[in-house]
Design a protein around this ligand. Structure first.
Ligand code: ZN
Ligand code: ZN
Length: 355
């Protein structure tokens, strides 16, 4: 696993040790999937603290860590303090983003104030650049999504509710290797498709509706994410126009999503396509986000992200146009960044599908 990556960070921040509490970061650094407890990493030792429900799995999944059980009282503070004493650690980093205030107060007191350095998102950011293995897991997760989309095209028909369509997508993904969903599936039809993050409802899909489906699953811990919008029956001229603009903007985003461009530049190039067509007001979210162990990671493709993209980052490219009362279109692919181009991990068709 990737625990070595923390040593440079500890050096840079002048830390004697770090305490990791976020489940994804614990998994990334140790291999432990249980997402319960803490990692303690110092120059001298690596300890995974978790309770009896997980210790057997922890020993198997995290062979580079000693596993310690805080016992029935779940007294992590005492365990951590003991480790810091032994190491004579004075400055210890912790994940303030992922720790409840009450938990922090308890641990900090038990460790006599040595839990004193906020790590911000620096552990998360160790995960931004993926390995070939991580990319392979995400490619597999996205392939399950692609299969689910092909499947839904054969079952989607007027009269089905949004919830039924969502259930069908989810069941299919789980029956084809998904361990869970990356996020709650979005199925938005007719006027609901104008809400970028609509919750699927009991609304029955009608002829003439746009149906936007945004879904993804987890394979070996890694998320996938894709969106397709289809029309039930014949598309109107207006629907064709909107769809065509979003598709063009998405292609522009894909063409620009390469190493050495900043997240905000890629966002701007794609957004300009929508702006030129007169719809800039109706694209109210960022162009995309990184994906990994979590569905939304940094850096983003958004107007405020000045970070430069690097090879082996995985980003989504997902422009949309949302017209209140009329409906909306979003098209989303997940890509791997390289020098000069991006590798699209999504293979579902994107020409307008009329069902
Ligand atoms: Zn999505
Ligand atoms: Zn997304």
């Amino acid at each position: 696993m990737f625990y070595e990556k923390t040593y440079a960070l500890m050096k840079e921040k002048g830390l004697d040790a770090i305490v990791v509490s976020d489940g994804a970061n614990m998994r990334y650094l140790s291999g432990f999937r249980g997402a319960t407890g803490y990692l303690y990493i110092s120059e001298k030792r690596r300890v995974l603290m978790t309770d009896a429900r997980y210790t057997t799995a922890a020993r198997e999944e995290a062979p580079d860590f000693e596993v310690q059980d805080p016992g029935n009282a779940r007294n992590y503070g005492e365990l951590l303090n003991g480790l810091m004493e032994e190491d004579q650690a004075k400055n210890v980093g912790f994940e303030e983003k992922y720790m409840l205030y009450g938990t922090y107060q308890k641990l900090s007191k038990a460790c006599n104030g040595r839990l004193n350095t906020e790590l911000g998102d620096s552990l998360d950011r160790l995960r931004s650049i993926k390995t070939e293995q991580e990319i392979a897991y995400m490619e597999k997760a996205e392939a399950i999504g692609d299969q689910a989309f092909s499947h839904i095209l054969t079952v989607l028909k007027p009269g089905m509710t949004e919830l039924e369509v969502a259930a069908e997508l989810e069941y299919f993904m789980k029956m084809h290797g998904a361990e869970k969903l990356s996020f709650e599936t979005i199925v938005a039809s007719g006027p609901n498709s104008a809400l970028p993050h609509a919750m699927p409802s009991t609304r029955k899909i009608e002829k003439g509706d746009f149906v936007t489906m945004d879904f993804g699953c987890v394979y070996n811990g890694y998320c996938s994410d894709m969106t397709r919008t289809v029309v039930m029956g014949k598309a109107s001229d207006k629907q064709k126009e909107i769809y065509g603009i979003v598709l063009e903007a998405q292609q522009e985003g894909l063409d620009c999503a390469t190493a050495d461009l900043r997240g905000c530049d890629v966002d701007r190039y794609a957004r300009e396509v929508i702006a030129r067509a007169g719809y800039w007001k109706y694209f109210g979210h960022g162009l995309g986000h990184s994906v990994g162990l979590y569905i939304h990671e940094d850096p983003r493709l958004s107007p405020t992200c000045e970070e430069t993209l690097r090879p082996y980052m995985v980003e989504t490219v997902e422009p949309g146009i949302y017209l209140p009362g009329f409906g909306g279109v979003r098209i989303e692919d997940m890509v791997m960044i390289t020098e000069g181009y991006c590798v699209n991990l999504t293979h579902s068709p994107k020409e307008l599908i009329e069902l």
